[in-house]
Design a protein around this ligand. Sequence first.
Ligand code: G6Q
Length: 546
Amino acid sequence: MPKLSLCDLPAWAGLAAKCRGLPASQALRSLFAADSGRGERMAAEACGLYFDYSKQLLDGESLRLLLDLAEQVNLRRRIEGMFAGERINSTEDRAVLHVALRSAPGDAYAVEGLDVTAGVQEVLGRMASFAERVRDGRWTGQRGKRIRGIVNIGIGGSDLGPVMAYEALRHYATDDLVFRFVSNVDGTDFSEAVAGLDPSTTLFIVSSKTFTTQETMTNAGSARAWLLASCGGDVAAVAKHFVAVSTNAAEVSAFGIDPGNMFGFWDWVGGRYSMDSSIGLSTMLAIGPERFRELLGGFRAMDQHFLTTPLERNLPALHGLITVWNTSLCGCETMALLPYEQYLKRFPAYLQQLSMESNGKRVQLDGTLVECPTGPVVWGEPGTNGQHSFYQLIHQGTHRIPCDFLGAVHSLNPHGRHQAMLLANMLAQAEALAFGKSAEEVAAEGTPARLIPHREFPGDIPSSTILYDRLTPSILGSLVAFYEHSVFTQGVVWNINSFDQWGVELGKVLAGQILPEIESPTSPELRHDSSTNALIRRIRAARNPA
Ligand code: G6Q
């Protein structure tokens, strides 16, 4: 029997019809006018997050069809498969078990029948004892001085999670340590990361699953040279000033890092799903082991919610299905993540990788082309700054951009009326996007006719609002897990592998060819296209003036 494609599923056909049937304007006004309870009914709550999706362009029937779609793609079964350690990353033949990283005593996670939770707890215990020693000054540098600066060296999944979590949880971080993060192979990133730090009180964490990533190993080499230059080349200093987070013990050891100071993880943890593994060592150093456990607790609460809650009340499943609706059926190519929480300023960048590397795919699990647009372009900046910059385009431009608003009821830094103003702005933006301002309303204000089109707001820009009481480690964990599982849900509907990233390979290979051509002392024979050849020649000429 031929494979049933997504477009053949009865729910998909129904959804496509619903989409075509959406009124050309003021759909959200009509939906709210027809149902006074909509704002409360189209909301769900779990793990400290209140998720209001009532301002999405969905009526009750569309929502039911999305839930039917989830049944028809066997979402429930696929969730269970992930939690059961099945090798769902089919192109790399790996299990995807980041949920085991936040397991609690009594949870059972296994790959090929082998329990993985004991190993997780063992590494967490080692991380905790190391973090305590650094935080209380028992771990010292080569000259016996207490560590004052921590520099995480990593890129992609080994950087974005640690940076985001450090920024998000700064309120809980110790003042005794300065944290820096270096990722880019641009030497400026390294220089700025170590600027003002004293090598004798600096500890580098080389975070790399593979310990072969070009950027990270280049930065780690420069860090090593920076340290050795300060201590007369005494290589014994490396063991006191470097630790590693990796799965590659041989390379860690070859670098000069004591394998006893390596914190491992496993091939069933994808890079962008690893901030709660030992990749989170910098987070634990910043907030301490107890709060790190709270962070993991927040992740776990959302995992359990995702696994056990019926889909109609399941926050990540609903968010994922709504993202499919907007992206694949309503033609929205991007989505904006707008945190009204300064501590979450790096959250859009984090979600960008989580979503775009996971679901930026054009073929299905069996290698055939997908039949509809997949992963949206994710972008965003904290509110209210964005309001004075790009919101214009969201309100009155030609793209329809679904928005996620994130905000806390209580600030961790209360100052006068700031938080009420912040929240008022967040709610106002969602309201304005949804309901706009019609030409008649603009005219009724006495606006000159020639200005009416300029001052009209079309509305019907869909948004969701995610509200929480205050930003805690636990809330952050729940928030990250919420988006992880939303991304998973989307991938299941699109029938793609959300856990590989082959699209990053080609550029790496070509860079490997171009590097020696740029550095060659003699003029190399160039076999690229005429544009790349000309650029290489130009760079070479400028680097080697006659
Ligand atoms: C994430 C990707 C990628 C990875 C980096 C760093 O899912 O796999 O972003 O995290 O390429 O890799 P290493 O940790 O191996 O240095």
